[in-house]
Write a protein of this length. Structure first.
Lengths: 472, 215
């Protein structure tokens, strides 16, 4: 019999019941909640007279609607009344049901996918869900982690389980070594460019190969975060010493003898040598360039040295029409060099790229430079209050401020523009977020997905440049 | 949840691939703490010429006459015909809520994004996967004939055209069972409460670090 993949192992370890009809009950170890996708779930519990099954599995924080300025007044400081009600509703629900919440004034508040790993609430081998598609982030720890809808949020609250169908296994292997200036973000954008935005639909993806093994936990989180942009709900990386070291001493992580026991188990969380994947995709890490998205789907990416594509050279009529529509929306011409794309704003933040390493990477590029006067705004939004404090301790805030970037308070911010941070119509933004859909960052806004280093380089130059040239 | 056994209705063609959930329902409408009322803002940025705001009377807004749902022939549609990878992106269940609130009961496409596909079944909405060639044919027929309707039978797992041509589709048994009977799947899961407790007890022994509050 063939060995098991990491996904097979995680599935088997969380299988509560295999039903005759092919569906299965899967146990959920950790449930993360935020204000946008939970109110209707709590209301559902109340209407049915149900209680949460296991309180200590839940952790909540407001992130999507919180302002990134003027935070001293807490919830009262949220200007938009509709946003404020949503944050207040989360507070009330967590208080009523007894769920631990890092409220807006708590230093531990932040983007839900940043605070889980930061607190050690994300541990190797867990099953983790959240009403948010970027829950795949936590797969970087060898977790079975994926986004769910609000009905499933209610289902997990009420039963600690989900009804699931097993996915297929895909291995994305990134071989060799990444070049200098090439980051986890560039790797995942290159992968999405290769397999397409639906390439991972129906699969749980494991990212492996030497280039992934060499990456830090935070870079692995960036890669797993965007699995959903390749269509895969689940993205994972096997547990290794890097994982175990990262988890050590975090508040929710096991200590002492319990930790030793846990490590023994965590070390089994990798695919067996003879495991069989339904699909294998290989990339040469040394060939990956810094990436820039030019279109309105994350698969519409090019290396920074490349050009915007010409729809005439696309044979698939549906794809060709997609390119034509994207170029029209983005206001770009076929064949123009990526470096000719001029920018109006720069956003460094989001659950993809707002951790301390991302901020260090951006600060290293802007240090000693000034933001281009042609930009309307360049902002840095740390992923959590603790990331913010760490960055300030390292003096990164001063580097950003001296260069002319804004230094904000933590939240999802302009990744999806549910708070006050948004693009104006027709504005181009170099963004470290995860989605370049039409209108995502503001009505009529034009998003270009890049790494923090590339966003920082774009902020200095007012247009895209190859960050590697600035590093020489 | 509303059950769905058979459905017959007017077909509306959404002729673009990779329709994401931001397009189905933009973020400003996600601030609602209710499950209903999203229909007027379905495809908001395509349907209207201005930027939509929550709690606004959408009937007073300038509409985009080119968008198909603004054409009289599709206004009462309840079957949405779509292209590849429909519902990609965010996990927001507001997307199926908006489609359902508008009046859709069935969506037909060559492929769906996983989370969206799953969310549909929780809301009495049936997503049907048909081969791309068949979807192409249905697009042609829909556009050629005003008032074009399709008949869907979930029990038989078939889609039937006005000329009587029938196509079969696949759907997994549990989801089909819940939708046919309008079942609340939390209730179904809680029938296994003892099995869940037994799993939990054994897990507490083998992986005790997963239990108990931290922080």
């Amino acid at each position: 019999m063939a060995g098991k993949t990491l996904y097979d192992k995680l599935w088997d370890d969380h299988l509560v019941k295999q039903r005759d009809d092919g569906s299965a009950l899967i146990y959920i170890d950790r449930h993360l909640l935020h204000e946008v996708t939970s109110p209707q779930a709590f209301e559902g519990l109340r209407l049915a007279g149900r209680k949460p099954w296991r309180l200590d599995a839940n952790l909540a924080t407001p992130d999507h609607n919180v302002p990134t300025t003027e935070r001293a007044r807490g919830v009262e400081g949220i200007v938009d009344p509709v946003s404020r009600i949503q944050v207040e509703t989360l507070d009330k629900n967590c208080d009523e049901f007894g769920i631990l919440e890092f409220k807006i004034m708590d230093q531990r508040q932040g983007i839900v996918h940043v605070i889980g790993p930061e607190q050690g609430a994300t541990l190797p081998g867990m099953s983790i869900v959240c009403g948010d598609s970027h829950t795949s982030t936590h797969g970087a720890f060898g977790c079975l982690a994926h986004g769910i809808g609000t009905s499933e949020v209610e289902h997990v609250l009420a039963t600690q389980c989900l009804v699931q169908q097993k996915m297929k296994n895909m291995l994305v292997k990134v071989n060799g070594k990444l070049g200098p200036g090439v980051t986890g973000k560039d790797v995942v954008l290159a992968i999405i460019g290769r397999i397409g935005t639906a390439g991972g639909t129906g699969y749980a993806i494991e990212f492996g190969g030497d280039a992934i093994g060499d990456l830090s936990m935070e870079a692995r989180m960036t890669i797993c975060n965007m699995s959903i942009e390749a269509g895969a709900r689940v993205g994972m990386v096997a547990v290794d010493q890097t994982t175990i070291d990262y988890v050590k001493d975090r508040p929710f992580a096991p200590k002492g003898e319990m930790r030793d026991r846990a490590i023994e188990y965590w070390k089994t969380l990798h695919s067996d040598d003879d495991a069989v994947f339904d699909k294998v995709v290989e990339l040469d890490g040394s060939e990956i360039m810094p990436q820039v998205s030019w279109g309105t789907s994350p698969e519409m990416v090019a290396g920074v040295g490349g050009n915007v594509p010409d729809p005439e050279s696309e044979e698939d009529p549906i794809k060709r029409e997609g390119i034509v529509r994207a170029l029209k929306y983005m206001g770009l011409k076929p064949n123009m060099p990526i470096t000719d794309i001029k920018l109006d704003r720069v956003f460094i933040g989001s659950c993809t790229n707002s951790r301390i390493e991302d901020l260090r990477e951006a600060a290293a590029v802007v240090k000693g430079h000034k933001v281009s006067p042609t930009l309307k705004q360049a902002m840095v939004v740390p992923g959590s209050g603790l990331v913010k404090a760490q960055a300030e301790q390292e003096g990164l805030d001063k580097i950003f401020l001296e260069a002319g970037l804004e230094w904000r308070d933590p939240g999802c911010s302009m990744c999806l523009a549910m708070n006050a941070d948004k693009l104006g119509q027709g504005e181009h933004c170099a963004s470290t977020s995860n989605r370049n859909f039409e209108g995502r960052q503001g009505f009529g806004g034009r998003t270009h997905l890049v790494s923090p280093a590339m966003a920082a380089a774009a902020a200095i130059n007012g247009h895209f440049v190859d960050v590697r040239e600035m590093m020489n | 949840m509303r059950a769905l056994k058979q459905h017959k209705g007017v077909v509306a063609p959404m002729d673009r691939s990779n329709v994401d959930t931001d397009m189905i329902i933009p973020k400003q409408f996600l601030k609602s703490i209710k499950r209903t009322g999203f229909g007027p803002n379905l495809f908001d940025e395509l349907r209207y010429l201005d930027e939509g705001k929550p709690d606004q009377d959408s009937s007073q807004r300038p509409i985009n006459p080119d968008f198909m749902l603004n054409q009289d022939r599709y206004k009462n549609a309840s079957v949405l015909l779509a292209r590849r990878n429909f519902g990609c992106g965010s996990s927001r269940e507001h997307a199926p809520w908006a489609l359902e609130d508008f009046g859709f009961r069935v969506i037909i496409a060559p492929s769906f994004a996983d989370i969206f596909y799953n969310n549909c079944f929780k809301n009495g909405l049936l997503p049907i996967v048909l081969d791309e060639e068949i979807v192409d044919q249905l697009f042609r027929e829909t556009e050629a004939e005003e008032g074009y309707q399709l008949a869907i039978d979930l029990e038989q797992k078939t889609v039937t055209t006005p000329s009587g041509e029938t196509f079969s589709f696949e759907v997994d048994n549990f989801r089909r069972h819940c939708l046919l009977n309008g079942l609340d799947d939390i209730g179904v899961t809680l029938e296994d409460a003892e099995v869940i407790k037994a799993y939990e007890a054994s897990r507490r022994k083998t992986a005790p670090w997963l239990f108990g509050a931290g922080g």
